[in-house]
Design a protein around this ligand. Structure first.
Ligand code: GLV
Length: 381
């Protein structure tokens, strides 16, 4: 098999190894997927300034995100059903991130639980919270993240109701998958995935099973979110969540300068400029296109991070040049995980690290912390 040299290569390997329902779950946006595509397309429109004859020795990608040292400013984003891309996926990805020196964010909608991930890692990871109608369950989730010594809570603001993703409906997405003839045929030609899945007991939502009361059809993400997620979540809720948590708080899902000002006023530590990977409001602008106006609005008051559309180290650098302090990758690490488990996640991170390092050098800088708008080409389109 030819080696994977970029994230697109890893995506093609994952497509062959992961049952279609779960590959498609990662590789989809809402409705027409126009925002999903724009996230990637708008990165391509940004060009670098090539600079020559500058000393390129002693380069460093080290930085900080919310005060935590990172080997490069690229965290693993919270992604649902990660343990369906590969058995025990969240535990493997968290270990890869820990060894690489970047933050791992565990989703509420994960397959492995908070306690599972804590049991295989030594450094603190971050926990992403969805707010349910059942407040006791939410308080308990926050307390479990505290007990596991998570060092940041990432509160998602843009998913009180689930955007419609056509592929998930057509595939009948569920975890575990239903044993229909179509699913069985699809899994039968992906034997390593099946063998690994048979070896683990983690095949449904590990943070929820055995913890939440009165859940109906837990296997279906869409019916579960419709039943359980709190559609009344408001800015007032951020205050009690912040207080209960008592640690670093990151607000995820800001795409508008006015919302960024409201987020900064909560006293949170960072915001993530995000449209949920194009999976929620189709027709919203790409994350990278709104980053400058959000940095302009609140950049002096709160750390600004970005996710959505990052497929290379070059994209990471573009986001940093436009004012992001840190970035997140979701699909790139999921493709690595699907392609090769923990080693695949490490490979995805390594690909991004090398692209980031070489691009920074060819733009005439040695330190990632020196990245700024002067690295971008402002001339003809
Ligand atoms: C969950 O966060 C999803 O986007 O499916």
């Amino acid at each position: 098999m030819k080696p994977s040299l970029d994230i697109a290569d890893l995506k093609e390997v994952a497509r062959r190894r992961v049952p279609r329902m779960f590959f498609d779950y990662a590789d989809s946006g809402a409705w027409t997927e126009s925002t999903y595509r724009a996230n990637e397309e708008d990165f391509r429109k940004i060009k670098f300034r090539q600079r020559v004859l500058v000393d390129m020795t002693n380069r460093s990608l080290e930085s900080t995100m919310i005060g935590e040292k990172v080997s490069m400013p690229v965290a693993l984003a919270p992604t649902g059903l990660t343990g369906m891309q590969h058995a025990d996926g969240e535990m493997l990805a968290a270990q890869a991130a820990e060894e690489f020196g970047v933050p791992f964010t565990l989703s509420t909608m994960s397959i492995c639980s908070i306690e599972d991930v804590a049991s295989v890692t030594k450094k603190p990871f971050w926990f992403q919270l969805y707010v349910m109608r059942d407040k006791d369950f939410v308080l308990n989730l926050i307390d479990r993240a505290k007990a596991a010594k998570c060092s940041a809570l990432v509160l998602t603001l843009d998913l009180q109701i689930l955007g419609q993703r056509h592929k998930d409906i057509r595939n009948g997405l569920s975890a575990p998958p239903k044993m229909t003839a179509g699913n069985l045929a699809n899994m039968a030609v992906r034997l390593p995935w099946c063998m690994n899945m048979l070896r683990t007991k983690r095949r449904t939502f590990g943070n929820i099973v055995g913890h939440a009361k009165g859940v109906g059809d837990l296997s279906s993400l869409s019916s579960w979110t419709a039943e359980q997620f709190d559609p009344q979540l408001s800015w007032k809720d951020v205050a009690w969540i912040k207080e209960r948590w008592g640690g670093k708080l990151i607000l995820k899902g800001i795409l508008d300068a006015e919302d960024a000002r409201l987020a900064a006023a909560t006293g949170a530590d960072a915001i993530i400029v995000s449209n949920h990977g194009g999976r929620q409001l189709d027709g919203a602008p790409s994350s990278i296109s709104v980053l400058p106006e959000i940095v302009e609005a609140v950049g002096d008051r709160i750390e600004v991070h970005l996710d959505g559309g990052i497929r290379s180290g070059q994209d990471v650098l573009k986001a940093l040049c436009l004012g992001a302090r840190g970035t997140y990758i979701g699909r790139p690490f999921l493709y690595g995980l699907g392609a090769g488990g923990k080693d695949g996640v490490t490979l995805a991170l390594d690909i991004i690290r090398k692209e980031l390092d070489v691009t920074l050098a060819l733009c005439g800088k040695r330190l990632i912390t020196d990245a700024g708008p002067e690295l971008l080409y402002k001339g003809r389109d």
